[in-house]
Design a protein. Structure first.
Length: 86
Protein backbone atom coordinates (compact mmCIF):
# COMPACT_ATOMS: atom_id res chain seq x y z
CA UNK A 1 0.00 0.00 0.00
CA UNK A 2 2.87 2.36 0.82
CA UNK A 3 4.43 1.69 -2.59
CA UNK A 4 1.26 2.74 -4.40
CA UNK A 5 1.05 5.96 -2.39
CA UNK A 6 4.73 6.66 -3.05
CA UNK A 7 4.24 6.12 -6.81
CA UNK A 8 1.21 8.42 -6.80
CA UNK A 9 3.14 11.18 -5.03
CA UNK A 10 6.10 10.77 -7.41
CA UNK A 11 3.81 10.93 -10.46
CA UNK A 12 2.09 14.05 -9.11
CA UNK A 13 5.45 15.75 -8.51
CA UNK A 14 6.57 14.96 -12.06
CA UNK A 15 3.36 16.38 -13.54
CA UNK A 16 3.63 19.57 -11.50
CA UNK A 17 7.29 20.02 -12.42
CA UNK A 18 6.57 19.52 -16.12
CA UNK A 19 3.80 22.14 -16.13
CA UNK A 20 5.98 24.82 -14.54
CA UNK A 21 9.06 24.54 -16.73
CA UNK A 22 10.34 27.55 -18.56
CA UNK A 23 11.62 27.25 -22.10
CA UNK A 24 13.34 29.52 -24.59
CA UNK A 25 12.10 30.78 -27.93
CA UNK A 26 14.32 31.84 -30.82
CA UNK A 27 12.80 34.73 -32.79
CA UNK A 28 13.53 36.37 -36.15
CA UNK A 29 12.08 39.63 -37.42
CA UNK A 30 9.53 39.45 -40.22
CA UNK A 31 8.78 43.15 -40.87
CA UNK A 32 12.41 44.18 -41.51
CA UNK A 33 15.44 42.17 -42.72
CA UNK A 34 16.83 40.11 -39.84
CA UNK A 35 20.12 41.47 -38.46
CA UNK A 36 21.51 38.00 -37.71
CA UNK A 37 21.72 38.59 -33.94
CA UNK A 38 20.34 35.81 -31.74
CA UNK A 39 17.05 36.90 -30.17
CA UNK A 40 15.93 34.68 -27.30
CA UNK A 41 12.93 35.04 -25.05
CA UNK A 42 12.32 32.91 -21.96
CA UNK A 43 8.66 32.07 -21.37
CA UNK A 44 6.79 29.87 -18.92
CA UNK A 45 5.29 26.48 -19.70
CA UNK A 46 1.79 27.85 -20.21
CA UNK A 47 2.76 29.80 -23.32
CA UNK A 48 3.84 28.68 -26.78
CA UNK A 49 6.55 30.24 -28.94
CA UNK A 50 4.01 30.46 -31.77
CA UNK A 51 1.97 32.90 -29.63
CA UNK A 52 4.68 35.60 -29.74
CA UNK A 53 3.96 38.11 -32.49
CA UNK A 54 5.77 41.32 -31.44
CA UNK A 55 9.11 41.82 -29.71
CA UNK A 56 10.92 44.94 -28.56
CA UNK A 57 12.91 46.56 -25.78
CA UNK A 58 11.83 48.72 -22.87
CA UNK A 59 14.05 51.59 -21.72
CA UNK A 60 13.82 53.11 -18.25
CA UNK A 61 13.32 56.87 -18.62
CA UNK A 62 13.56 59.44 -15.81
CA UNK A 63 11.97 62.84 -16.48
CA UNK A 64 14.50 65.51 -15.43
CA UNK A 65 11.83 68.12 -14.64
CA UNK A 66 9.75 66.22 -12.08
CA UNK A 67 11.78 63.03 -11.51
CA UNK A 68 9.00 60.68 -12.65
CA UNK A 69 9.94 57.24 -13.91
CA UNK A 70 8.49 55.42 -16.91
CA UNK A 71 9.22 52.59 -19.32
CA UNK A 72 9.30 53.41 -23.03
CA UNK A 73 9.09 50.70 -25.67
CA UNK A 74 11.55 51.00 -28.52
CA UNK A 75 12.44 48.93 -31.58
CA UNK A 76 9.13 47.09 -31.71
CA UNK A 77 9.13 44.51 -34.54
CA UNK A 78 6.90 41.73 -35.75
CA UNK A 79 8.60 38.39 -35.19
CA UNK A 80 8.30 34.71 -35.93
CA UNK A 81 9.37 32.49 -33.03
CA UNK A 82 10.05 28.77 -32.49
CA UNK A 83 11.40 26.64 -29.67
CA UNK A 84 15.14 27.21 -29.27
CA UNK A 85 15.67 23.48 -28.71
CA UNK A 86 14.40 22.68 -32.25
Amino acid sequence: MKKKALYAVAALCMVLAACGKEHQCKCTTTDVPDDGLLKLMTIDGGMSCDDIQTMGYEVHVVDSTDGSHSLTRIEMHEVSCRDYAD
